[in-house]
Write a protein that binds this ligand. Structure first.
Ligand SMILES: [Zn+2]
Ligand SMILES: [Zn+2]
Length: 106
């Protein structure tokens, strides 16, 4: 599944020291969850690159960009700079985006 943001094919990046891996877009650095198994890495990539995800409700709303920092997941809209964080899991952040994009549509 190509990157939702730029259409580039993702690569599977392995960290040989920790045996963990993730799918990442070599172009814009969109990424899935860090996983111990390739299946999870691929599934999480599909979750964040699902083109049925709602775009942000702002004027030029984009697909969400999911980011993981300091152990928490968050998301943002590149068009307006909106961002939120504090989700323990990627799935939690996706659910948060669903609520956010619904509530910001007027
Ligand atoms: Zn990309
Ligand atoms: Zn926006």
């Amino acid at each position: 599944m190509a990157c939702i943001h730029c259409g580039t094919a993702p690569v599977l990046r392995r960290d040989t020291a920790t045996a963990r891996m993730l799918m990442i877009c070599p172009e814009c650095k969109a990424r899935g969850d860090v996983a111990l198994h390739e299946a999870r890495a691929r599934i999480s990539w599909e979750i964040v690159n699902d083109d049925t995800l709602p775009r942000h409700g702002c004027r030029n709303g984009t697909y969400p960009r999911f980011v993981q920092a300091s152990g928490a997941w968050g998301y943002g809209c590149k068009a307006c700079g909106f961002a939120a964080t504090g989700y323990a899991t990627l799935e939690g952040a996706v659910a948060g985006w669903m609520r956010e994009s619904r509530s910001s549509k007027t």
